[in-house]
Design a protein around this ligand. Structure first.
Ligand code: APR
Length: 234
């Protein structure tokens, strides 16, 4: 295989100890999406939203990439690999992936409330300055906010993801319920004729196109079974 494109979701990071959003134990059972993951929720109660992401950033420091992340990174030795992810964690990068497109933003980055997609205002947070508080300012003087794409906001990186998929030789979907658009719509841009694999221990979407080869397992097990095939070792 020459160019492999991935679409990953919260299930990719389950074996690292991070929870999914939907299904048992999912984050949306504990919080209401509209309170902590929507632009209306942020405008209504910014302190609650800042606290939600401060907690997720603290948690992110305590987890590590899993075997699935590592195998995806290892594919780069023999293939061109693009990882399109809905995840805001940095586990793909920490595993060694060098070409990651974050459709829904990045937990370890912060931006301006007035111009969230102006990259000159995006800054990287680190262990020393992990939290964002009310009163912290971006360089344009507006309140600093998480560099996260909230429900109700545009998904600027979708165009890059569609372009990346256009000349792929294989497309691998891991750990996403394919519930959220436009991310889930990436499937429609897969070139005709290339193999599409979907790795998930549960049934995803009742009406998956027949051409998709489903591997009913967790991310690490699924990547182990696919690795030789994807890396063109045979
Ligand atoms: N390995 C692989 N997949 C797994 C594993 C595992 N060990 N455990 C669970 N899964 C699967 C679940 O079966 C489910 O299909 O991961 C998927 C997680 O789905 P969601 O919780 O809906 O997460 P995701 O699809 O990433 O959500 C998309 O919704 O709330 C928004 O912005 C948020 O990016 C997120 C988007």
């Amino acid at each position: 295989m020459k160019k492999v494109v991935f679409l990953t979701g919260a299930g990719m990071s389950v074996e690292s100890g991070l929870s999914t959003f939907r299904g048992s134990g999912g984050m949306w059972n504990e919080y209401k999406i509209e309170d902590v993951a929507s632009i209306e929720g942020y405008e209504r109660n910014p302190a609650l939203v800042l606290e939600f992401y401060n907690k997720r950033r603290q948690e992110l420091l305590t987890v590590a990439p899993n075997e699935g992340h590592r195998l995806i990174a290892e594919l780069e030795k023999h293939n061109e690999v693009v990882v399109v992810t809905q995840n805001v964690d940095d586990l793909h990068e920490r595993a060694g992936s060098t070409n990651v497109i974050h459709l829904h933003g990045e937990l370890m980055k912060a931006t301006s409330t007035d111009s969230p997609n102006n990259l000159s205002y995006v800054r990287t947070l680190n262990q020393e300055n992990l939290e964002i508080k009310i009163g912290d300012k971006a360089d344009d003087g507006s309140q600093l906010r998480p560099y996260i794409v909230w429900f109700g906001e545009a998904v600027p990186m979708m165009e890059d993801a569609v372009l990346a998929l256009r000349d792929a030789d294989a497309f691998v979907i891991i750990g996403t319920s394919l519930n959220v658009y436009p991310a889930a719509g990436l499937l429609n841009y897969a070139p005709a004729g290339i193999p599409i694999y979907l790795i998930d221990p549960n049934d995803v979407q009742p009406y998956l196109p027949a051409r998709i080869k489903v591997i009913k397992s967790g991310a690490s097990e699924g990547m182990k079974s696919l690795f030789a095939l994807l890396s063109g070792e045979h």
